[in-house]
Design a protein around this ligand. Structure first.
Ligand code: HEM
Ligand code: SF4
Ligand code: SF4
Length: 433
C-alpha cells in the first residue's frame, strides 16, 4: 500500500469549518496587531519608500538587491546571530525547526486544497510522504531542543538579556505546540495502524504510540486524537494572533530592518541645511523626528544585550546602556498609539537623560554587534544634536565645543601649542611627495 495519510483524518466536517473560521479570526488579529505597529513606524520621518519602488524593474532590482542579500544572509542565514554560544545554538535550532515546520504545514494545506480539486493532484504520498514525515519529525525535535535550551537560558539569563513576562509564555507555547504535535502524531499512528515504512517514517510518533499508548482501544485513541488535535490547533492559532504583541514581532521587524537599515551603520549623516530650514529643528526632540526606519528598528530589538556587553561606557559604570536607550525610546513610540500633539512625545530628560547621551564615546561597538542592525549610536547622536541645537549643553562636552569655537581645538590651546602632545612620541615617517 502507498504510504500516505488523510490531512484532516478523524476530524469531523463541522470541526474543520470551525477550525477554518478560527484560522481567519487569528489571521485577522495578527493583521490588526501588525497594522498598529506599522502605524507607529509610519509616524517617523519618511524614508522615501515610494522612490525605492519607482523606476524600471532593473532600477528597482538594483536598489533592493543589497537589502534582499541581507535578508538572505543575515536573516535566513542568521549570520549576525551566530557566535554567542548557547543563545546562538538555541536560536539556530529553534529557527531552522520553525522554518521547516512552517514550510511543511504550508505544503500540507496545498496538498489538501489540490486534492479537493482532483484526487490526481494529491501528492502527499509515496516517497514524498516518507521524506516529508521523517524531515518534519527531525526538525520538530530540533525545534523542541531549541525551546528547552532557551528556557534554560531564560532561567539562568545573563544580566544583559532583557526580560518581559510574555517571554515565558512564548517559550511555553512553543514547547506545548511541539509536544502536542508529536502526541497528535502518536495518537494518529495508534488508530490508523500504518505498516512498514508508512509507520517508521514517523519515528517520534511511532515511539510515542508504541511506548505510551500501548493497550489503548481504537475508540480511546480516536477521542484522544481529536482532543489533542484541538489543543494543538488552538495553540498554533493563538501563537499566530500573539506575534505582533510579543517579542516574536522581531521575526517581522528584524528582517525588515535588515533590509532597510543604511548599509553604512554607525556613520553620522550630515545635517542638511534645507531640512533645518524646512523643519526649524536639528536632531531629535520628539520620537517622531526619527526616521521611519529608525522607529522600525526599535521593534526589531530583541533585548539580547550584545550592545550593552560591548559598550565601553557601560563597562566603566557610566550611566549608559545602549539596550536601555533603545527600549526607552520604544516605550515613547508606543505612546503614539493614541494621538499625541507634535512635540509632546519627548525623548529627553526623564526618558533619556543628558548624562546618558554624553557618556557615549561614539565608538560604534554597539552598532557593530547588533544582530538585527539596530543602530544605537545613530539614535544617540541624533538626540545629542538636539541638545546642542537647543543650547542645553553642559559639562565637558560644552567646554570642548566652546574651545573649538575660540581656539579651533577642544583643549583650548593656542594654535602654536596644538601639536605639543605629539612631542616625544614616535611619529610615522612623512609620506614621500
Ligand atoms: C528572521 C530572522 C531572525 C533573526 C535575525 C532573529 C534574531 C534573534 C536574536 C538575535 C535573538 C536574541 C537571542 C539572544 O538572546 O542572543 C532572538 C530571540 C528569539 N527568537 Fe529570533 N530571529 C529571527 C527569527 C526568528 C523566528 C522565525 C523565530 C521563531 C521560532 C524566532 C524565535 C525567537 C525566540 C522565541 C527568541 C527569544 C528567546 C528567549 O526567550 O530568549 N526568531 N532572535
Ligand atoms: S539593540 Fe541590538 S544588540 Fe542591543 S539589545 Fe537590541 S537587538 Fe540586541
Ligand atoms: S557608541 Fe556609545 S553606546 Fe555604543 S558602544 Fe560606544 S559608547 Fe556605548
Amino acid at each position: 500500500m502507498t504510504p500516505t495519510r488523510e490531512t484532516f483524518g478523524n476530524i469531523s466536517d463541522g470541526s474543520r469549518w470551525v477550525f477554518y473560521g478560527l484560522a481567519v479570526a487569528a489571521t485577522a488579529l495578527f493583521a490588526w496587531g501588525l497594522h498598529r505597529r506599522v502605524a507607529l513606524w509610519r509616524q517617523g520621518r519618511p524614508i522615501g519608500l515610494r522612490a525605492l519602488l519607482s523606476g524600471s524593474w532593473r532600477e528597482r532590482i538594483s536598489r533592493w538587491r543589497p537589502g534582499a542579500r541581507r535578508i538572505a544572509i543575515e536573516g535566513l542565514g542568521q549570520e549576525r546571530v551566530r557566535g554567542r554560544g548557547l543563545a546562538s545554538g538555541a536560536h539556530g535550532l529553534l529557527f531552522s525547526g520553525f522554518m521547516v515546520l512552517l514550510l511543511g504545514t504550508t505544503l500540507l494545506e496545498v496538498d489538501h486544497l489540490a486534492g479537493m480539486v482532483s484526487s490526481n493532484l494529491h501528492f502527499h504520498q509515496g516517497l514524498y510522504y516518507r521524506v516529508y514525515e521523517t524531515t518534519l519529525d527531525l526538525f520538530g525535535v530540533l525545534f523542541l531542543a531549541g525551546c528547552l535550551l532557551f528556557l534554560f537560558r531564560r532561567v539562568r539569563r545573563p544580566p544583559s538579556v532583557g526580560h518581559r513576562a510574555s517571554d515565558w509564555g512564548v517559550l511555553a507555547a512553543f514547547l506545548a505546540i511541539g509536544v502536542t504535535g508529536f502526541l497528535v502524531e502518536g495518537l494518529r499512528i495508534g488508530w490508523q495502524r500504518p505498516e512498514g515504512v508508512g509507520a517508521t517514517c514517523s519515528p517520534v510518533g511511532l515511539w510515542i504510540s508504541t511506548t505510551f499508548l500501548h493497550g489503548w482501544g481504537e475508540g480511546e485513541l480516536r477521542r484522544g486524537h481529536v482532543v489533542l488535535w484541538w489543543v494543538h490547533s488552538l495553540l498554533v492559532l493563538g501563537f499566530i494572533a500573539a506575534i505582533p504583541h510579543t517579542r516574536l514581532l522581531h521575526f517581522i521587524a528584524g528582517p525588515l530592518n535588515l533590509a532597510l537599515a543604511p548599509a553604512t551603520l554607525g556613520v553620522l549623516p550630515p545635517v542638511r541645511m534645507e531640512e533645518v530650514e524646512a523643519t526649524g529643528r536639528v536632531g531629535v526632540g520628539d520620537v517622531r523626528h526619527f526616521t521611519q526606519q529608525q522607529l522600525l528598528s526599535l521593534d526589531a530589538c530583541v533585548e539580547c544585550g550584545r550592545c550593552e556587553e560591548a559598550c565601553p561606557a557601560f563597562a566603566t559604570a557610566k550611566p549608559l546602556s545602549p539596550k536601555k536607550v533603545v527600549q526607552d525610546l520604544r516605550g515613547v513610540m508606543e505612546s503614539l498609539a493614541t494621538p499625541v500633539p507634535e512635540g509632546e512625545a519627548g525623548v529627553h530628560g526623564a526618558v533619556v537623560g543628558a548624562e546618558t547621551l554624553w557618556a557615549c564615546t561614539a565608538c560604534s561597538a554597539c552598532t557593530r554587534v547588533c544582530p538585527v542592525r539596530v543602530d544605537p549610536v545613530g539614535l544617540i547622536l541624533e538626540l545629542r544634536r538636539h541638545l546642542v541645537a537647543e543650547g542645553t549643553l553642559s559639562g565637558t562636552a560644552a567646554v570642548a565645543l566652546r574651545r573649538m569655537q575660540s581656539s579651533s581645538n577642544p583643549w583650548g590651546l593656542p594654535p602654536g601649542e596644538r601639536g605639543a602632545w605629539i612631542e616625544g612620541l614616535s611619529k610615522p615617517p612623512a609620506p614621500s611627495a
